[in-house]
Design a protein around this ligand. Structure first.
Ligand SMILES: [Zn+2]
Length: 499
């Protein structure tokens, strides 16, 4: 469909360009997923990961004198019987309840490969479906149709002339677009949640919770996006040549407000945040925070288990008002108590998180994000008044909302390159935060804590390097364990030098 009075573009055909980008990007993603698939089909754990995890078991055994002889022997034995998934050691696990991590890893490896292979298959369906939907929408002129409908509603319901009501028409358009987007992605989200995740024992979301979540997310998204978009449209119309600078200012202000609004008002709509009960864990965390002069004001436990048994921990907050949130799934693991983190492990994981704070990773990330906004809107300024961009997609008018929408197709490759760069930076931050925890003497707790989380979450233990570089914001478990060994070595080396 095309707007009335449409004429073909005189220069570049951005529609063809946008379509080309969609195809090239999906082909690239599919090639990567195919490479990763080969690793997920392997039936043997990487030997170096086994060595690392065996070393964690050895350290734990050495640190616990009473249980040491039995546990140490057990860990050694396993090293020799590579292929045998021995049943003998599981009985000794029960005896001292401190199951060998290597044993856990081996017993979960096959499950993890199947789980990640299923997710990989789903990603192909997702990519194929996404490509088909995008192509159909672009070729049919769906956005032109949706815009025309929004104009008709503005006219019939509010008696507004389309030409003088860009804000109302734009809002109706975005509202409809978010609903259409949710409907289109629904079948695959349902399949992922209620089949893939459920089959592998992670899903805890009930159908009614799923419906409530979907409606709430849609409502929240629109309550936030519509006023923001209205602000952007106003500034673009008012700001003239330099509009991109004003819009950028608005976005910086907006993201600063969201730092407070999001965790305090939006996340509680979806989860329950309870203060962490008094006890050893709480006092150990408070001790660590005090040692680092971290201005901890609240310590929460969140019911992550309401939706999924995947586990996590994070911190947030402004200046002198910081909060720490622990997923209940990190502390408790009813199905597999051996994979629940101990107090020392949770504290070590938080030492890593506090490393992010201490080295200003969040602030750096925030600055980086705002540089990206600035560049994006500066570039948008180059396309805003280009009639060919609008004509290519079937438009005659040049509404700001549509301009931004079409611009996103043209900028897609830049977005991909940028996300690869952001992942690389994030991985570097992860290594730095690990080293920070190591320097606080938390190497052992962090190593075993991370191993437990990876095993419990059925992380993929083997990666195609290219797939990993593009998709993962965190280094692999093996890489982190090895880097921590280096950090420990460096630290002992430094200590010796000082002596
Ligand atoms: Zn981290």
């Amino acid at each position: 469909m095309r707007q009335q009075g449409w004429t073909p573009p005189s220069g570049v055909n951005y529609l063809a360009l946008g379509l080309g980008f969609v195809v090239v990007e999906q082909a690239f993603e599919m090639a990567l997923a195919l490479r990763q698939r080969a690793y997920l089909r392997r039936d043997k754990l990487p030997g170096r990961l086994e060595d690392q995890v065996r070393a964690i078991d050895d350290d734990a055994a050495a640190a616990a004198p009473a249980a040491a002889p039995a546990a140490q022997e057990m860990a050694r034995d396993e090293g020799d019987q590579d292929k045998e998934k021995s049943s003998s050691s599981s009985s000794s696990n029960n005896n001292n309840n401190k199951a060998s991590l290597l044993e856990q890893l081996r017993s979960k490896f096959h499950k993890s490969q199947t789980y990640n292979l299923d997710k990989n298959t789903l990603s192909f369906v997702n990519m194929g479906y996404g490509m088909a939907v995008s192509a159909a929408m672009l070729l049919s002129g769906f956005n032109v149709w949706l815009w025309t409908q929004s104009e008709a509603v503005a006219q019939s319901a509010f008696g507004l002339e389309p030409a003088s009501s860009e804000l109302v028409v734009g809002s109706l358009f975005l509202l409809a677009q978010s609903v259409v987007g949710a409907v289109i992605s629904m079948p695959l989200t349902i399949y992922s949640t209620f089949w893939v995740e459920a089959e592998h024992g992670f899903n805890r979301t009930t159908p009614s919770l799923f419906v409530a979540d979907t409606l709430k997310s849609l409502a929240v998204e629109n309550v936030i996006v519509l006023p923001l978009m209205a602000g952007i449209v106003k500034l673009v119309r008012w700001g003239g040549e330099r509009f991109w600078l004003y819009v950028w200012g608005l976005l910086v202000g907006f993201s600063m407000v969201m730092i407070t609004v999001y965790p305090n008002f939006i996340m509680p709509l979806f989860n329950e945040y309870k203060p962490l009960p008094d006890g050893e864990l709480k006092s150990e965390i408070e001790k660590l925070a005090a040692r680092l002069e971290f201005p901890l004001t609240k310590l929460y436990e969140v019911d992550g288990s309401k939706r999924s048994s995947h586990s996590n921990a994070y911190l947030y907050g402004f200046l002198r008002d910081k909060r720490i949130v622990l997923y209940d799934t990190l502390i408790k693991n009813e199905e597999e108590p051996a994979l629940a983190c101990t107090t020392e492990e949770v504290v070590s994981i938080l030492a890593h998180e506090l490393g992010h704070w201490s080295m200003s990773h969040t602030v750096k990330g925030f600055l980086l994000q705002n540089v990206v906004y600035l560049v994006a809107f500066r570039l948008f300024g180059l396309f805003l008044h280009d009639p060919d961009m609008y004509k290519s997609f079937g438009f005659v008018d040049q509404p700001v909302v549509i301009g931004l929408n079409l611009f996103s197709y043209i900028m897609a490759p830049l977005g991909t390159v940028l996300s690869i760069a952001v992942n690389a930076v994030t991985r570097k931050f992860e290594y730095e935060a690990d080293a920070f925890a190591v320097n606080l003497g938390k190497a052992d707790g962090l190593k075993s804590g991370l191993a437990k989380i990876s095993i419990a979450n059925l992380a993929s233990f083997d990666h195609d390097p290219l797939y990993h570089a593009v998709h993962h914001s965190h280094p692999s478990l093996l890489d982190r364990l090895r880097a921590m060994d280096c950090a420990v070595e460096e630290m002992t080396h430094d200590v010796k030098k000082v002596k």
